[in-house]
Design a protein around this ligand. Structure first.
Ligand code: DC
Length: 260
């Protein structure tokens, strides 16, 4: 039985749009402190993936919330396993990115996933990565960070990530200047099969990021926005190391300590 009189484990909430670097930064901060990590976006992605697998309309919030409650979700090392199936790669596909944004607009889904997220708050502490960690799920977080970056820089990072995942894939390269940017991997650009209008082209990624931002920032429930008491870090021109260092400095200032 959890001790009801014990203070709740501390939370560092890290929110921001896709491509702001929050996934990588949250993972690094959690391992530096020896705390647990919650990737809340993965939960929305899993519901979108499961809904598509079962032919559920992604606008049917009640049905999706019911489905979410039946899923067995497990973490095995770096792998995410849903009902016995490794979905680590599948939930990162572009169609799931778009689907998860649709799913995340449905209030019943948010309610169902909120309970799962709260249950992950455990000693010595939790680093929670998402869109509404500071505003809705953990409003009493000890540190609230909002990471941001320009849409162009976020599209560049996503583009390089796709190339890193699938080195064989060639993409048209409006990104010849991308080597100078920071929070992503090494840039590679070339002529190729997907073409400028292909779903993996930089132009298409930028368009999809802008559309997703618009949906996430303007939705009626839990829109993406910084909490009033959050510190905002613009990562456009920063390296991952610099962002992690800044978050850890804020944590130290608030007396948040690494697990012993
Ligand atoms: O961070 P991500 O790209 O993996 O998130 C996938 C989608 O889920 C994204 O469209 C925003 C949504 N999301 C959300 O609404 N609330 C969260 N706490 C996390 C993600």
């Amino acid at each position: 039985m959890p001790d009801a009189t014990a203070p709740a484990a501390p939370v560092i909430a890290i929110d921001g749009p896709g491509g702001s670097g929050k996934g990588t930064v949250s993972g690094r901060v959690a391992s530096a402190l020896g705390w647990h990590l919650l990737d809340s976006g993965a939960l929305y992605r899993i519901v979108a993936w499961a809904g598509l697998e079962r032919g559920v309309n992604l606008a049917d919030g009640a049905r999706l919330a019911e489905l979410a409650g039946t899923l067995s979700i497990a973490q095995s090392g770096d792998a995410i396993v849903v009902d016995g199936q490794d979905v680590t790669q599948a939930i990162r596909a572009e169609r799931i990115s778009a689907g998860s944004s649709e799913v995340a607009r449905q209030p019943p889904v948010r309610v169902a996933l909120r309970a799962m997220q709260l249950s992950m708050r455990r000693p010595p502490g939790l680093v929670a990565d998402g869109r509404d960690m500071a505003t809705v799920v953990f409003p009493d977080a000890a540190l609230k960070v909002f990471l941001d970056a320009s849409a162009q820089e976020r599209a560049r990072r996503r583009y390089r990530q796709l190339l890193d995942q699938e080195p064989g894939v060639k993409v048209n390269g409006p990104l010849r200047d991308a080597a100078s940017s920071s929070c992503g991997g090494a840039a590679r650009a070339g002529e190729g099969e997907h073409g400028a209008a292909g779903s993996n082209s930089y132009a298409a990624l930028l368009e999809s990021i802008r559309a997703r931002d618009e949906r996430d920032r303007t939705r009626a429930v839990s829109p993406l926005r910084p909490a009033a008491d959050a510190v905002t870090i613009d990562t456009t021109h920063m390296s991952i190391d610099a962002v992690v260092g800044e978050v850890l400095r804020y944590a130290e200032q608030r007396g948040l300590e690494a697990a012993r």
